[in-house]
Design a protein around this ligand. Structure first.
Ligand SMILES: [Zn+2]
Ligand SMILES: [Zn+2]
Length: 387
């Protein structure tokens, strides 16, 4: 039997005993009910048969002290709202993987009037449940936000403040929803489970408890600042430390920085998608920084030392004589800092810049040069397949 079934079923109610009944009381209650409801004693009575099954199921768990303890704890976790629900957040717990829940079902028309509908609408996943409301995720929702960094900040790492307005635990009642000095009490109707089981003919089904609106607890004096929800919209500034070398489109997870849970339940997580503004000079290829260096034909032919920018200054880049246009030269250790220590390289692509406006002297010199080039045996199309 899954944890969810445990939570939805009230075995104590099935046996007509209180949750603190002794093992002996449970045994006595079961024996009496089993005798009264036994199919042999009630031939053809479908309702009695269903009750008999429920009683047997309840006894199977409650008569075993170890199982009973587990059952009690599971229900307490689910009902408490005091932070114990953490183990059940969507995706983590066995029975809670599909948690589609529409708070509108619980709060009815009154919720919208009071503004609660909007507040809670953002806290839970809506829709998709096909009309059956089964579980109540109380953990706060995850929050998605984004930030845009300058290229160099992203490469070198930076701390950014993020201003966010989102539901957070009420500061007045610390998220309990109860007026300071008072505390919520366990809902007597559903015994704190927030769910009541009804039997209709052969079908048993569960629905949120009307008395406590599915929360499992009743607040007699609601906190005035949060109207009993335990949640206030607050603008917070969160400092996000972005590690060096983060890539455009990366997502950073900040555990527990999402929306507050209902009545003090754990908060969701904050996910920050990081966008990186392109840089005018540098590009990136993994841990390597790239840049395109404009050079003259003469610099490639004769060789030169050219000053190039790095993230933290400049270096003199040596271009060997006879370097081909488009060749990539490597400056070791001047790239993106690595998480493991050290850094990638700076990859410099040389690209010949063709002069557009030369004076007569330069043009004359170029003509003389081309003539000399030919005489020295250079043919740019030698060995070219298209020649
Ligand atoms: Zn409050
Ligand atoms: Zn209730």
């Amino acid at each position: 039997m899954s944890q969810r079934e445990w939570i939805e079923k009230d075995f104590y109610k099935d046996l007509g005993v209180s949750p603190d009944a002794s093992q002996d009381d449970i045994k006595k209650a079961y024996r009496k009910l089993a005798r009264d409801l036994h199919p042999d004693a009630n031939p053809g009575d479908a309702a009695a048969e269903e009750r008999f099954k429920a009683v047997s199921e309840a006894n199977a768990v409650l008569s075993d002290p170890a199982k009973r303890k587990e059952y009690d704890e599971t229900r307490r976790l689910f009902a408490s709202g005091g932070g114990g629900f953490g183990g059940f957040h969507p995706g983590a717990g066995g029975g809670f993987t599909s948690t589609n829940f529409d708070i509108g079902d619980l709060f009815g028309g009154g919720a919208a009037d009071s503004g609660l509908g909007d507040l809670f609408g953002g806290l839970f996943n809506r829709g998709g449940a096909g009309g059956t409301t089964r579980t109540r995720p109380r953990r706060g929702g995850d929050v998605e936000t984004e930030t845009t960094l300058d290229f160099r900040d992203a490469v070198q790492g930076v701390t950014v403040p993020l201003r966010m307005t989102s539901p957070a635990p009420c500061t007045t009642c610390h998220g309990s929803g109860a007026e300071p000095g008072t505390s919520p009490r366990v809902c007597p109707y559903c015994n704190g489970s927030g769910i009541v089981s009804r039997n209709q003919g052969a079908f048993g089904f569960s629905e949120p408890c009307d008395d406590c609106r599915g929360t499992g607890s009743i607040i007699d004096s609601p906190c005035k600042d949060c109207r009993g929800t335990g949640i206030q919209n607050r603008t917070r500034t969160i400092t996000v430390r972005v590690p060096p070398g983060i890539k455009d489109g990366s997502r950073i997870r900040l555990a527990g920085q999402g929306e507050a849970g209902l009545r003090g339940a754990p908060s969701g997580d904050l996910f920050v998608t990081v966008h990186v503004r392109p840089d005018k000079v540098f590009g990136r290829d993994g841990d390597d920084l790239t840049l395109v260096l404009p050079v003259s034909y003469g610099e490639l032919v004769l060789g030169a030392t050219v000053s190039v920018p790095t993230l933290d200054g400049r270096v003199g880049l040596k271009i060997p004589p006879g370097t081909a246009d488009g060749r990539v030269l490597r400056v070791r250790g001047r790239g993106v800092p690595k998480r493991s220590g050290g850094a990638g390289d700076l990859l410099v692509t040389v690209k010949v810049a063709i002069p557009q406006h030369l004076d007569d002297q330069a043009i004359d010199a170029l003509r003389v040069y081309l003539h000399a080039e030919k005489n020295s045996g250079f043919d740019p199309r030698e060995g070219w397949a298209g020649a």
